[in-house]
Design a protein around this ligand. Structure first.
Ligand SMILES: NC(=O)c1ccc[n+]([C@@H]2O[C@H](COP(=O)([O-])OP(=O)(O)OC[C@H]3O[C@@H](n4cnc5c(N)ncnc54)[C@H](O)[C@@H]3O)[C@@H](O)[C@H]2O)c1
Length: 527
């Protein structure tokens, strides 16, 4: 599959390079023909047929001798300028300028070499200026046309409405009994949605204790890898919010097969079931971890640089979902920042909550490395982001990826430690070195702000204060308890709870072999 994907990518790049090479060659040929025609018709340089053909042959020789070099230079410069890998500068309105600059640079290098080796720029400077102009026009026009074409197709798609069942009222929330889900559920119920929760309840019913028995909440205790339960859960729904996953770098690293099964394969199966059941609104929880390690400010179009299996499983899921988009299936991927603050299932394996708890209980706030950037978001605001996406006009969110967070809450880990220290001045702020976490990303959240009017309500200081208060109140007995940490929980208890979903098949095989014996005993022969 991986092999096929990279083969397809290589093929696409090769096609683009061939198209660019053809355009450059077409431009040179047209320029030569125009130059030759001018000489013949305006300057009358051809006294007789012999001279005519002699000059024509010199143009042909010149083309054969130099077009390959120009093509080569263009392809190298275009590649280095990010034409075929979508470097950050080669995006949106910058693209036109990069195309003009790169083409001009290629022609300059080429003419310089031509002059250096031939002592002249044959068949004439004006022919090459014209070729340069035509190349720029062709390359820019081709890109503008492809953009226009994509927009036309998209616009046409958006005209086709999803089969509406009226306003979205019935919502299936998968993995909604966790950290973000337990903050989202009350918001959905307050807004009168009818909610069906499908969750393995790995962390028990404690996170949603206050909501159990709510007339608009139906709880299905099941594993979302079981297709029959997913089909059952999907019936009569208008939208799906898929939050369920093995969450976090270290939790995912414990068992690669399980992570791929839960995070990727199940996501595709759930989306297929949603599509087949005409449930077109599909919100998927992704993560800003997909950006991995980068020094730039990253938006939804930036190159991804995952440094963990967790991030790769989310990128792969995003790709699968986007490739499934149709007129009646509209996925939206929400790349959440690192979450902090309290919910029904507060996690203490996330940096702000963990450092705060350490500060209160152990009197030490240990900041590892410190210079890595990370975007942060309160768990209540994460829930608000999901709600905004659910309630937005479909045209704004269909087939879209949004970073969910705030431009004001990008901090280095050291700055985050200093904020916590500011609220816990008696704790010691110390620095450590660790190579465990290589993530470093600073994220731009303008798109969700602009498109959905999303404005986070909480600050890190408020979230830290919340955590300080709850630890001091004694409501959290031990922040190191496995139930507060995904990796610890999976290591200590999870493998049994997350046992292979095909366990039913093993059971049936076992039962079948004993059934076979009974049959043999009853009939006296093997059937
Ligand atoms: N918390 C963060 O900082 C953060 C940041 C970025 C993205 N996200 C994404 O948001 C989503 C929710 O994160 P969270 O912090 O609430 O996670 P969580 O671990 O607290 O909750 C996950 C939920 O999924 C359920 N679940 C897991 N496997 C299941 C299975 N096979 N069948 C049924 N239920 C299953 C668990 O019981 C749990 O209720 C995840 O997809 C995560 O990748 C979270």
């Amino acid at each position: 599959m991986k092999h096929l994907h990279s083969l397809r990518l290589t093929w696409e790049i090769a096609v683009r390079m061939i198209a660019d090479a053809l355009m450059v060659n077409g431009a040179v040929l047209s320029a030569f023909i125009a130059h030759f025609s001018y000489k013949v018709m305006v300057e009358h340089v051809t006294a007789n047929t012999e001279v005519f053909f002699w000059i024509w042959r010199s143009y042909v020789r010149c083309y054969i001798g130099s077009a390959w070099l120009l093509t080569l230079i263009c392809l190298v410069v275009f590649t280095l300028s990010g034409f075929y890998t979508y470097g950050r500068a080669y995006i949106g309105h910058y693209k036109r300028w990069i195309v003009i600059q790169s083409t001009s640079l290629s022609y300059l290098i080429f003419c310089f070499l031509l002059y250096a080796f031939n002592g002249a720029v044959t068949p004439g400077g004006s022919a090459w200026v014209l070729a340069w102009l035509l190349s720029v026009c062709a390359l820019v026009a081709a890109r503008a046309w492809s953009l226009l074409w994509r927009n036309l197709v998209l616009a046409e798609r958006q005209l086709v409405k999803l089969p509406e069942k009226g306003k979205v009222r019935n919502v299936l929330i998968i993995g909604g009994a966790g950290y973000i889900g337990s903050a989202l559920l009350p918001k959905l119920l307050e807004k009168d949605y009818r909610v069906r929760l499908l969750d393995l309840l790995l962390y028990g019913t404690e996170p949603i204790r206050n909501l159990l028995g709510h007339p608009h909440l139906e709880v299905m205790h099941a594993d979302f890898r079981q297709v029959d339960r997913v089909v059952e859960a999907m019936s009569d729904m208008d939208a799906v919010i898929h939050l369920g996953a093995i969450v976090g770098d270290s939790a995912c690293a414990l068992n690669k097969e399980l992570t791929i099964e839960v995070n990727l394969m199940a996501t595709r199966m759930i989306a297929e079931v949603a599509k087949g059941s005409a449930v077109g609104r599909f919100l998927f929880a992704s993560t800003c971890s997909v950006y991995g390690g980068s020094k730039q400010i990253l938006d939804e179009y930036s190159q991804l640089n995952p440094v963990s299996l967790y991030a790769r499983s989310k990128i792969a899921s995003e790709r699968v979902l986007m490739s499934m988009a149709t007129a009646s299936f509209a996925p939206t991927c929400l790349r959440f920042s690192t979450i902090y603050g309290l919910s029904g299932r507060t996690r203490f394996d996330l940096v702000i909550n963990l450092l705060t708890a350490k500060g209160v209980v152990d009197g030490v706030i240990t900041v590892f490395n410190g210079n890595q950037w990370r975007p942060f978001l309160h768990v209540e605001d994460a829930a608000l982001g999901v709600l905004k996406s659910l309630e937005a006009p479909l045209n704004l969110v269909r087939d879209q990826i949004f970073n969910v967070g705030s431009n004001d809450q990008n901090y280095t880990i050291r700055e985050a430690g200093e904020i916590i220290h500011g609220l816990l001045p008696t704790a010691k702020l110390v620095s450590g070195i660790s190579g465990a976490d290589q993530r470093n990303y600073r994220v731009d959240f303008s798109k969700i702000h602009r498109t959905l009017g999303f404005v986070p309500q909480w600050t890190i200081e408020q979230g830290v204060q919340q955590v300080i208060n709850i630890i001091r109140s004694g409501a959290v007995k031990d922040y190191r308890d496995a139930k507060y940490s995904n990796a610890k929980f999976l290591t200590e208890e999870g493998s049994a709870r997350m046992r292979c979903v095909n366990g039913w098949a093993d059971d049936l095989i076992d039962q079948s072999s004993s059934g076979y014996r009974v049959l043999v005993e009853a009939t006296g022969e093997a059937v």
